[in-house]
Design a binder for this molecule. Structure first.
Ligand SMILES: Nc1ncnc2c1ncn2[C@@H]1O[C@H](COP(=O)(O)OP(=O)(O)OP(=O)(O)O)[C@@H](O)[C@H]1O
Ligand SMILES: [Mg+2]
Length: 222
């Protein structure tokens, strides 16, 4: 099933969480199209639903209503079992706090998604490390790397399976300004090859993307 140029098509998606006797409505029927290879920033106040939106796109959570098409697949119709495989093939995740495994080397951390998928390395780890400029740090453990280097290892891990979508939730939140800009330049260089969605609180960094999506009161204000 093809969906033209759209990698992501969100139509009327809402998200409510049960809270005590009632519910909190976080996203209110939002619609959003993101093209293949596009680099989109998501901004909005704390609690505005940015991470919730990333979790919906990343198939980690499902909407309370509406439809979400990822590369033409309506993920709201798929059973959880199928989503696991689709997620593995389609999405890479990057987080604020890197989430590397301290006892493993950079190389081993990047290789993890291949291990979980039961796939052979075939040079993919070296290619990913080279892509983020860390070929010379393969044998370093996270504690032996700078913050920016750790985030680059995390990005290499996120792209080692060649995802169609890279989701980065405040990837520069734990880094200083200069290092943060370097990380955004790296994401910029990956866009085109894959669709990149980044959450950031930094407008200057957001300006480096193709488009800014603002979340306000559960709605999108572009
Ligand atoms: N599992 C949950 N159960 C109930 N409420 C939740 C749950 N997850 C998130 N929320 C609520 O949904 C709202 C949006 O949360 P979300 O994490 O998406 O915000 P955010 O925009 O990413 O904020 P931040 O900038 O602080 O990371 C918040 O008010 C939060 O309290
Ligand atoms: Mg968040």
């Amino acid at each position: 099933m093809s969906d033209g140029n759209n990698m992501i098509r969100i139509q009327g998606a809402g998200k409510r969480y049960p809270m005590g006797a009632g519910e909190v409505e976080v996203l209110r029927g939002i619609s959003l199209d993101v093209k293949k290879g596009e680099f989109v920033s998501v901004m909005g106040q704390s609690g505005s639903g940015k991470t919730t939106l990333m979790n919906l796109i990343g198939m980690l959570d499902s909407p309370s209503e509406g439809t979400i098409l990822i590369d033409g697949n309506d993920i709201t119709l798929k059973p959880q079992k199928e989503l696991v495989g689709l997620r593995r093939r389609t999405v890479g995740f990057v987080f604020q706090q890197f989430h590397l495994i301290p006892s493993l080397t950079a190389y081993e951390n990047v290789a993890l998604p291949l291990v979980f998928a039961g796939e052979k390395d075939n040079g993919a780890v070296d290619i990913a490390l080279e892509r983020v400029g860390l070929s010379h740090r393969k044998e370093h453990k996270p504690a032996e790397l700078s913050g920016g280097e750790q985030q680059r290892v995390a990005i290499a891990r996120a792209i080692v399976m060649k995802p169609k979508i890279l989701l980065a939730d405040e990837p520069t939140g734990a880094l200083d300004g200069t290092t943060g800009s370097m990380i955004i330049s790296l994401l910029r260089s990956l866009a085109g090859e894959m669709t990149v969605i980044m959450v950031t609180h930094n407008r200057e960094l957001a300006m480096l993307s193709d488009r800014i999506v603002n979340l306000v009161d559960g709605n999108i204000a572009e």
